[in-house]
Design a protein. Structure first.
Length: 197
């Protein structure tokens, strides 16, 4: 099936568009930091998946031929009314994850393009992807060992013999004193909470 005719493209409410948003989410969340993942995932879902799906349609319309970034950016701004800063920031972050580059040209990675065509040509596949979109954050968290019930994590008892430590830093200053703090933190443990008093 060829996707040259604009009338063939799905709009935002179409299940195929929602399926493309699911594909974008999956590609963009391959390397999510483990610090506050729910917030990051929510931002990706709300702010990046619609422009990402539209960028996919840009390449599908052109049979995934090599294109220039300026063309992609202009497409987002002229066809969909994105501000230049949004097209440059969000749009470029999306293409970094979805596309392969050859000098100053880019196109969808072949694996991504194959999934896109599969979704656009198969209503069954599109429906399967679209139905997952509403609970995709929970699906990601579960697949990466996070649990929705934070109370269970906070109330977990340590194993016998396991020592629980609460690291703290106390800094006492007199009025008018200045201190410059440079912190480098690497947090690997989940369920850590920082408080500044």
């Amino acid at each position: 099936m060829r996707w040259k005719d604009w009338s063939e493209f799905p709009d935002v409410d179409d299940i195929r568009f929602k399926a493309l948003r699911t594909l974008v989410f999956r590609e963009l969340t391959r390397h999510v930091p483990y610090y506050r993942p729910r917030d990051i995932l929510q931002r990706i879902k709300e702010s990046y998946t619609i422009p990402g799906a539209r960028i996919i349609l840009f390449f599908v319309q052109r049979d995934n031929n090599w294109s220039y970034w300026e063309g992609v950016k202009s497409y987002l701004m002229e066809k969909y009314g994105y501000a230049q800063s949004t097209a440059e920031n969000i749009g470029f972050k999306v293409v970094q994850q979805l596309c392969e580059f050859d000098g100053d040209k880019l196109r969808l990675r072949p694996k991504v393009y194959g999934k896109v065509i599969e979704v656009l040509e198969s209503e069954l596949k599109a429906r399967e992807y679209a139905e997952r979109f509403d609970y995709i954050i929970e699906e990601w968290l579960e697949a990466h060992g996070y649990y929705d019930d934070e109370e269970d994590e906070e109330n977990e008892e340590p194993d016998d013999g396991e020592e629980v430590s609460e690291p703290s830093v106390k800094l006492v200053l007199r009025q008018g004193e200045r201190v410059r703090l440079v912190l480098e933190l690497e947090v690997v443990v989940k369920g850590v909470r920082f408080e500044v008093v």
